[in-house]
Design a protein around this ligand. Sequence first.
Ligand SMILES: [Zn+2]
Length: 498
Amino acid sequence: MSKKKVAIIFGIILLVTCLILLGYGRRHRADIAKRADDIAKTCPRYEIDVAFDPEEKKVVALQKVTIFNDKTEGFEQLYFNLYPNAFKTFDKAPFPRVEMERAYPEGFAPGYINIKNIMVGSSEVNYEIEDTLLKVILKETFQPKNKLVLTVEFEAIIPPSYGRFGYGQNTFNIANWYPILAVCDDEGWHNDPYYNIGDPFYSEVALYQVRIKAPKDYIVAASGSLQEKRNEGDHVIWSFDTGLVRDFAWIAGTNFNIKDINVGNTRITSYYLEDDEIYGTKALEYAQKAIVFFNEYFGVYPYDDYSVVAADFYIGGMEYPNLVMIGSEFYSDGGLLEYVVVHETAHQWWYGLIGNNQIEESWLDEALAEYSTVLYYEHIYGKRAGRRIYEQAILNPYKHYEAVNTPGPILRHLCDFIDWREYSATVYYRGAIMLKDLESRIGKGKLREALRYYFEQNLYKNATTTDLIEALNRACGVDWTEYIYNWLQSTEPLDKAA
Ligand SMILES: [Zn+2]
């Protein structure tokens, strides 16, 4: 065959392959959009009007939630989490005792939420509050396939904490701040308290419209996408709409500078403090590289916006839908900043898009976020650099821990962990070590195939360990159930774990 003919045939094959892939890509995107539409028909819808008062350190809000009963049984009551109440007393504040000075550098003051009134439709209803749990007592049974509109008037007092809900010198971190519907699944209502280890949250996706009225000199970063900024006297009303997300968080500050960049259909914005331009730019670059890579490796991030926000936050980083808070102290060390930004960005997939019960199966999102971070380093900097970061950030810290402690199992309820060190060593490190071990057995390609399937099947839902095993078994054609549970439940030292 002449070279010309070979070139023509090769060209045709290439064209056909491209067209097939293009068609598949389109169909795939259409499938995802359809799934989102279906979920959007029955998920809760929150509309919150909130006035932010930085002088008084509080927010005053009117929240309307439209709830659909898509279960087969009726409800006599509904449960919501009132997380700000976790910050009410010094003794119960959700931080390790030895870290109270770092959590409250200006001293302790209480944070809490006051519920003023709850209506269902047009009639006022009774409710009971116990710590962080709100029980709304319905006047009549909430029947299957019906919907109701619940309106809550509340104010939340913001504590001077450098945590998820609090304020410091530069930022107000307004996360886990409004009454959020508890999850009711096959096991019934999940009414857990706010544990002071891990990320003690579990929620379903919902749609949010949030209007934040803030003094003019404040910049507000939030979940969702900014629809409008409207002046009202010496205030600005910031209106945000979200896609399907499992929470809504925002951060306000007067010292933010902003840089943004587009990746595909997503605008990534870095909010950094005024003096931190070099690291604020780096944070943007890291987030950009991570989104590009995870889009390609796991499945596409479907939201219009993703914000990386420097915050008065002493615990590293924290993930929320479309927004991560990054402790401002990281904006002086590129290496650490990169690791934290990439880990939190990975949570946009493992926690955000694919949720899980972070109280009962925290390993699912944390070990996957750690493993994804190592994948990022391997991809960006090469295999050796990936191995180095894996050893430095995961394997060696774990071995140090194990040298003087007996590790408990990875798969545990949050209330069964002794402290943060044990939690990180097992859930983050040992969990990621398991995934690396698995990768060495089945190959990186198969593990990727399994994670892509896990992503596709569980998009916008809450997944479980069983779902991940199912994805693995499907990709490999071999049953990995015993292997995974051996790892998750083992209390043996690492060399005897598998
Ligand atoms: Zn994490």
